[in-house]
Write a protein that binds this ligand. Structure first.
Ligand code: GLN
Length: 537
């Protein structure tokens, strides 16, 4: 049986449970173990797919088409293991499964209750779809003490009771604040948080203390004493200079060693921290700076384009440049100011998006990138906007638009009603918004001798999708006669996947989200090539 590690958080949210779980996963994997990382989210949405990025940050999409929490992106980037649908669950999903089952009479007349029915369903999630993993790391979203997370805490308590302490380990991550006025490190919030957790029946085995400063031995002893945790299992995590330094920092603090010791097992191989050391060094080195503009609707929220920001950094790593992201709110981008605002950028990126607000600003920026031959990458909505810009200004279809934004336009982008997935016909809908888009991995065939084929160096690719609308393939010849090439198309020839411009050094639009597959240890070719083009611009 796999060993289960549960990661809870206390005191405040956003302490970096995701990064902690991802770093631990890397350390264990690097020592020869098979690892899986999962996330349980206590909110009532069935998945984050319908949530605004303002609420929840980016929606991360898996190969198998699940719309998940952005922490799954961290897990993938650190472990290089593709997450699956079965790695993320929410309270909403649990309840919807239970209610469906109840309506079918599957509970055989019983009263359906939080304990045992909800907790059983959570336990099913925790150990479901596990093959031969040595470790399953389960992160519990939210903060201990929240009403919403109670069933999850109860379920992991039961899980440990069912399977024994030798198969389960509890890690609690808390904040240890530093008070400047009194020049003191305070352990009380941690004590209270652990007390809360113990009140719910869980004694943490390891306490990880997030702190601005290194925690002196006296305070560590205090945490050990009051929280009933062995002193060597009080582990500090001091703010790192780049997130890619986190595995190094946790290794120095012996987190992995303590975990292995707890389970009474030894590392199968020596941990390899070299890649992270190399990345950290490159990131911190003073290098040439390349300005890339990201023009979108959610630019003020740091996590709204998490994977994208990371993918651009990876592209910079590959080219030994530092990518400076200039976030521009598309709503504020007036056509007559575009030139001034984008004067100092070497590349323009329009990310995925939904809805009308800010679209004209995006279209103006694309127009500028096309005319002034600035490297341009349009992702999903960004590609759709590039199609509209070209249709309006080159093909002179003045009313060109997307049926998502304007029902009366000339729809160069239209609602997708049905499409093919591995030979199976899938029906789309815009009635139910959750989970009904073209989601997950789809193949695209690349045109011979196109820029995109030179970048990927292959004839066909598989990338992750998340959209409801599609470029109208019937306009292909019209676009191509004026120099916009449909250089990637779905295998059935019906869905344009990639566009590029003939008389432009680097202008590419992709209907998918390449950022989800970029990893620091293997930067995505599209981002590497984009940054390379920006470097010479
Ligand atoms: N709103 C567009 C669509 O649904 C694009 C979505 C996206 O950018 N992810 O097709």
């Amino acid at each position: 049986m796999a060993r289960y590690i549960f990661v809870t958080g206390g005191v405040v949210s956003s302490l970096g449970k995701g990064l902690t779980s991802a770093s631990l996963a890397y350390l264990l994997k690097s020592q020869g173990y098979k690892v899986r990382v999962r996330k349980m989210d206590p909110y009532l949405n069935v998945d984050p797919g319908t949530m605004s990025p303002f609420q929840h940050g980016e929606v991360f999409v898996t190969d198998d088409g699940a719309e998940t929490d952005l922490d799954l992106g961290h897990y993938e980037r650190f472990t290089n293991i593709s997450a699956k649908k079965s790695d993320n669950i929410t309270t909403g999903k649990i309840y919807s499964d239970i209610i469906l089952k109840e309506r079918k009479g599957k509970y055989l007349g019983k009263t359906v209750q939080v304990i045992p029915h909800v907790t059983d369903r959570i336990k099913e999630f925790i150990s479901g779809d596990i093959v031969n993993e040595d470790f399953v790391i389960c992160e519990i979203g939210g903060t201990v003490g929240d009403i919403e997370s109670l069933p999850f805490i109860e379920a992991i308590r039961q899980f440990s009771n069912d399977h024994g302490k030798n198969k389960t380990l509890f890690i609690h991550l808390t904040l240890v604040p530093f008070l400047k006025s009194s020049d003191e490190i305070k352990t009380k919030p941690t004590q209270h948080s652990v007390k809360e957790l113990r009140g719910l029946g869980i004694q943490p085995d390891i306490v990880i203390c997030r702190s601005q400063k290194s925690i002196p031995i006296d305070q560590r002893k205090k945490i050990s004493l009051f929280c009933n945790v062995a002193i060597e299992n009080v582990i500090e995590t001091v703010d790192v200079r780049t997130i890619y330094e986190a595995p190094i920092s946790f290794y120095k603090e012996k987190l992995d060693k303590q975990v292995l010791k707890y389970f009474n097992i030894k590392a199968k191989k020596r941990v390899n921290l070299l890649p992270w050391k190399k990345i950290t060094k490159t990131i911190l080195n003073k290098r040439k700076i390349i300005n890339i503009a990201i023009i979108g609707k959610y630019v003020n929220l740091k996590d709204a384009y998490k994977s994208l920001d990371e993918a651009l950094i990876h592209g910079g790593l590959k080219n030994n440049v530092k990518v400076n992201l200039i976030r521009i709110e598309s709503d504020n981008l007036q056509a007559n100011q575009v030139k001034k605002i984008l004067r100092n950028v070497s590349g323009i990126l329009i990310p995925g998006g939904f809805g009308k607000r800010g679209t004209e600003g995006k279209i103006s920026a694309i127009n500028y990138a096309r005319k002034y031959k600035i490297p341009f990458l349009g992702i999903c909505f960004g590609m759709q906007m590039a199609i509209i810009e070209f249709a309006r200004n080159v093909l002179k279809i003045k009313k060109a638009g997307s049926s998502e934004l304007d029902r009366k336009c000339y729809p160069v982008i239209g609602l997708l009603n049905e499409w093919n997935k591995n030979g199976k016909l899938i029906k789309g809908t815009d009635v139910n918004l959750g989970g009904t888009m073209r989601l997950g991995l789809y193949e695209a065939k690349l045109r011979h001798n196109s820029l995109i084929q030179k970048i990927y160096k292959t004839k066909s690719i598989n990338e992750r999708h998340r959209h409801r609308y599609e470029v109208n393939i019937n306009l292909k010849d019209k676009f191509e006669s004026k120099g916009m090439i449909f250089s990637g198309i779905s295998p059935d020839g019906k869905l344009p996947e990639i566009i590029e411009l003939n008389n432009h050094p680097w202008f590419i639009g992709v209907q998918f989200h390449p950022e989800f597959k970029s990893r620091p240890l293997s930067p995505h070719p599209l981002f590497s090539s984009f940054i390379k083009a920006a470097k010479v611009y």
